[in-house]
Design a protein around this ligand. Structure first.
Ligand SMILES: Nc1nc2c(ncn2[C@@H]2O[C@H](COP(=O)(O)OP(=O)(O)OP(=O)(O)O)[C@@H](O)[C@H]2O)c(=O)[nH]1
Ligand SMILES: [Zn+2]
Length: 215
């Protein structure tokens, strides 16, 4: 199946939010059945600011401090309301694609000392099971054949490129670091290649780059 048919447009309506007025377009992933939501500000053209945001119930609905998804979603909505663009909210990406129950199982294993990568692997699951064909298809449907991508994760840029959406700039989205998620954030930089400018170390207060800018 071609990428173009991976996202089926369903409906568009207005969505007033705390961050301002948006439009929401719903797309069904024709392979997984997941319903993804494009939250749109302005009249985005190629090169617009885009956030691919992976669903995280614990971080977004309950304010969990274990990750930074809630603050990232808020910051992305604020930036995109101001500059115009799209937050593409990707359902089925919960727990990096392993689902909510398995994410909670992974959290349980992390209480025994495993990090976020090894906990997934101990469950017999990939460290990251997400894919982005439907996301690219939805962007292309909206005319966004090139984007400025709000992310710290180069894998997302590479995935979009592979599916025919040019990433002309990666815009960092470093918010929501705290004492609870410090080790988790370090692991993302050290083991998953996330580009984080600061280790989050609270012991010396100095930035401690974990991944060179060229990586
Ligand atoms: N399996 C698993 N998933 C997690 C864990 N912590 C957060 N997540 C999920 O990870 C997803 C977000 O992925 P991240 O790796 O934090 O960040 P990213 O989306 O790849 O990168 P950014 O664009 O920079 O935010 C959300 O779906 C969360 O539910 C964890 O410990 N284990
Ligand atoms: Zn999260």
């Amino acid at each position: 199946m071609s990428d173009e048919s991976r996202a089926r447009f369903e409906v568009e309506t207005h969505l007033p939010t705390e961050h301002g007025e948006f439009r929401v377009r719903a797309y069904t992933d024709t392979v997984t059945g997941d319903l993804h939501l494009a939250i749109i500000s302005g009249d985005p053209k190629p090169g617009a600011l885009v956030r691919l945001h992976s669903e995280c119930l614990t971080g977004e609905a309950f304010g969990s401090l274990k990750c930074e998804c809630g603050p990232q979603l808020d910051a992305a909505l604020a930036a995109i309301h101001e500059q115009g663009g799209v937050v593409l909210y990707l359902r089925g990406h919960e727990g990096r694609g392993i689902g909510l129950l398995n994410k909670l199982r992974a959290y349980r294993l992390q209480e025994d000392g495993l990090d976020t990568v090894d906990a997934n692997l101990a469950l017999g699951l990939p460290a990251d099971a997400r894919e982005y064909a439907a996301a690219a298809s939805a962007l292309i449907d909206m005319g966004l054949t090139s984007v400025r991508l709000l992310t710290n994760n180069p894998a997302k840029s590479n995935a979009l490129t592979a599916h025919g959406v040019e990433v002309i700039e990666r815009v960092p989205l470093e918010v929501g670091r705290n004492a609870v998620n410090d080790a988790y954030m370090r692991t993302k930089a050290l083991r998953m290649g996330h580009l984080l400018s600061d280790s989050g170390s609270s012991d010396n207060g100095h930035p401690d780059p974990l991944v060179p800018p060229s990586a």
